[in-house]
Design a protein around this ligand. Structure first.
Ligand SMILES: [Zn+2]
Length: 308
């Protein structure tokens, strides 16, 4: 489900599964869309997205959640000007001690939060008619707090009604496996779960265990300086026959309204320019590369209910 409407998953093409165009860290109590000028942000992002398009990438998945600068109209404008499929999300981001969680969400139940997210799926975000293509939540390191347990429960309930995949900003293994357990209890398959920022977990056995359970391992902080580290992480999954559970991206961008002229914008080209050539030189087949760049994203972001 893109910001311009549904696209068959077979037409997603090469996809960047975790990127950002705009992120505002001011916090849920102060954020509002007057903090940025949509046309100024679009102008800054455009050349980077054009580069992405020129590299043959077809789909760009924007992981900025509500209360962190999610702006569906901005994404729609950029989708029109670049020709990229762009996907936005529903859900709330609990990491950083719930700074980006609106006040009412502390009082409401998982069912009530889920009702809000399902409404966005059914009717569109605010009055834009633009629908989310996945659920984005976020949790802190260590054992899940009560609030963060509620977020993953709400995500589970939303998944069962909508078929939207759950991408959770997670990091290390402890909160990853706690979330997977809650999903299973709620009747949701781990296949509906993207372990976002899995590269933060240094024990390779945890990636294998989660991937074997069916969950997606998102290695999503690729930059010029860490290609070798990513190669090791990908090799580990490949050697265990789990390349079909891996998602790759840069977590790059973005315009930050809290900084002068939006701050420094990091581009989205290292995967294509550096990592893919390195995979080829390491004897990854064209089929392996297609698996990583095209097949896995299309399977993950396909709208489909995955019951446990
Ligand atoms: Zn991110």
């Amino acid at each position: 489900m893109t910001v311009k409407g549904p696209v068959p998953s077979s037409e997603m093409g090469i996809s960047l599964t975790h990127e950002h165009i705009l992120v505002d860290f001011i916090g849920a109590d102060s954020i509002n869309s007057d903090r940025w000028e949509r046309s100024v942000v679009a102008e800054k992002a455009f050349p980077h997205l054009k580069q992405v398009k020129d590299l043959g990438i077809v789909t760009f998945i924007d992981c900025t959640p509500d209360f962190l600068g999610r702006d569906p109209l901005l994404l729609q404008k950029l989708s029109e000007s670049t020709g990229l499929n762009i996907i936005t999300n529903t859900g709330y981001y609990g990491a950083r001690n719930c700074k980006f969680i609106p006040g009412y969400a502390f009082e409401e139940s998982a069912d009530q939060l889920s009702d809000r997210w399902i409404k966005e799926w059914e009717e569109g975000i605010d009055d834009t008619k633009i629908r989310p293509g996945f659920i984005k939540i976020g949790v802190d390191e260590g054992n899940l707090s009560e609030m963060h347990q509620k977020l993953i429960m709400a995500a589970a309930k939303t998944h069962l009604q909508t078929g939207l995949i759950i991408a959770s900003h997670t990091g290390s293994a402890v909160p990853a496996f706690e979330q997977i357990e809650i999903l299973k209890k709620e009747g949701v398959s781990p296949e509906a779960f993207i372990w976002v920022h899995a590269q933060a977990e240094k024990d390779p056995a945890s990636h294998i265990k989660a991937a074997r359970s069916g969950s997606w391992i998102s290695l999503d902080g690729i930059n010029e300086n860490n290609i070798q580290d990513y190669l090791k992480l990908i090799n580990n999954l490949k050697e265990n026959g789990l390349l079909s559970r891996v998602l790759l991206s840069h977590d790059a961008g973005w315009y930050d309204p809290g900084k002068e002229a939006g701050g420094e914008y990091r581009g989205y080209t290292t995967l294509s320019d550096k990592l893919v050539p390195m995979l080829r030189s390491e004897n990854y087949s064209e089929k392996d590369i297609e698996q990583l760049l095209i097949i896995n994203p299309s399977r993950a972001f396909m709208i489909r209910i995955r019951k446990n």
